[in-house]
Design a binder for this molecule. Structure first.
Ligand SMILES: [Zn+2]
Ligand SMILES: [Zn+2]
Length: 350
């Protein structure tokens, strides 16, 4: 079967590999229908994910049809249409039982697919712990509508969930890339009084204005002043930092009001400074980390009810055979790209 494989730093290539097989009783093999390209794939390509294994098939955000299940799998069966979770988790350890699945202590736990084990920019993918890693897609939800459920939408949903947003709040979201927009969609479900999105890219600002006209937008250079002018208590009640640029961490805490909450979703390339003397007396609460992606059934229900729609984010579609063109568009942010869907349908009888 055809796969998009991490060859070495700086190089992905289309490579033929054998179709994966069940290796463990809790595995499933999924025939991938649609995969997407994520900025984490680019981090692998650039060699900034030390755990990524050369030779691995990349891709960790996909939907497909269950082809085969191990003997211990009970929640899904062959023929089920499913989303695949970016995180592999056992569902049984101390952290999993509390919903902190990002910290699953199983040796295969965490971000494995498309990083440490073969992922989903391929015709088939083997998914460990299939009962926790796969979620059935409701009949009324299309593959395209469900494509982002396992990764960027999971991240946005988690970020909004842990941010303790109330209907009185002014919420600032820094960054309107795919994860930032998914965060926006999930913050909107909380009905805060006001949402401000800070983004430097004009195309992305245009996208937010076009699709979510009720949201205020601002560029980073004017953000601090704008947030103070558009909030009641000297800053945003809640700030979600989803950009991960060099200056956005300090922008995030500076824009928060005293006793506000700052949720850091972004993954930075370098350490950030937490200048405690400067922020002394501001009494902020920080929440940080990687997504606990265990709410996919809930997000699929919200999509089915029409309350979340991530389809406009999919700006481009390419077949797997042409994924190198898709990477070029995505990596170089050409043509107003936000997300790219990759059609991976295997040939019949292959
Ligand atoms: Zn990702
Ligand atoms: Zn676990």
């Amino acid at each position: 079967m055809l796969t998009c494989t991490y060859i070495s730093k700086g190089k992905f290539a289309l490579v033929e590999k054998p179709k994966p097989v069940i290796q463990h009783e809790r595995d499933a093999v999924v025939r991938v229908t649609l995969a997407s390209i994520c900025s984490s794939d680019l981090h692998i390509k650039h060699g900034s994910v030390p755990r990524a294994v050369e030779g691995v098939t990349v891709g960790h955000e996909m939907v497909g049809i269950v082809e085969e299940t191990g003997s211990a799998v009970t929640h899904v069966k062959p023929g089920d249409r499913v989303t695949v979770n970016v995180e592999t988790f056992c569902g049984e350890c101390f952290f999993c039982k509390r919903g902190y699945v990002n910290n699953c202590t199983d040796k295969n736990g965490g971000w494995a697919l498309g990083c440490r084990i073969d992922g989903g920019q391929a015709e088939y993918v083997r998914v460990p712990f299939a009962d926790t890693g796969l979620n059935k897609i409701p009949d009324c939800v299309t593959d395209r509508q469900a494509l982002l459920v396992g990764d960027v939408l999971a991240t946005g949903f988690w970020a909004a969930r842990i941010s303790e947003i109330t209907e009185e709040d002014t919420v600032l979201i820094i960054g309107a890339g795919p994860t930032g927009i998914c965060t926006l969609l999930c913050v909107m479900l909380k009905n805060p009084k006001r949402i401000i999105v800070c983004e430097k890219d004009v195309e992305r600002i245009r996208f937010v204005k076009e699709h979510y006209p009720e949201v205020l937008t601002v560029t980073p250079d004017r953000c601090l002043e704008f947030v103070k002018d558009n909030s009641e208590h000297g800053g945003a009640d809640v700030v979600l930092e989803v950009a991960g640029a060099n200056t956005t961490f300090s922008l995030a805490w500076k824009c928060a009001r005293p006793n506000g909450l700052v949720t850091v979703v972004a993954l930075y390339d370098s350490p950030q400074i937490l200048p405690l003397p400067d922020m002394y007396g501001k009494n902020l609460t920080f929440k940080t980390g990687g997504v606990d992606g265990c709410d996919c059934d809930e997000t699929l229900s919200l999509i089915a009810e029409g309350k979340i729609n991530t389809e406009p984010l999919i700006t481009h579609t390419y077949p797997l055979e042409r994924i190198e063109e898709a990477y070029d568009i995505f990596e170089n942010r050409k043509d107003g790209v936000i997300k790219i869907a990759v059609e991976c349908r295997a040939q019949d009888n292959s």
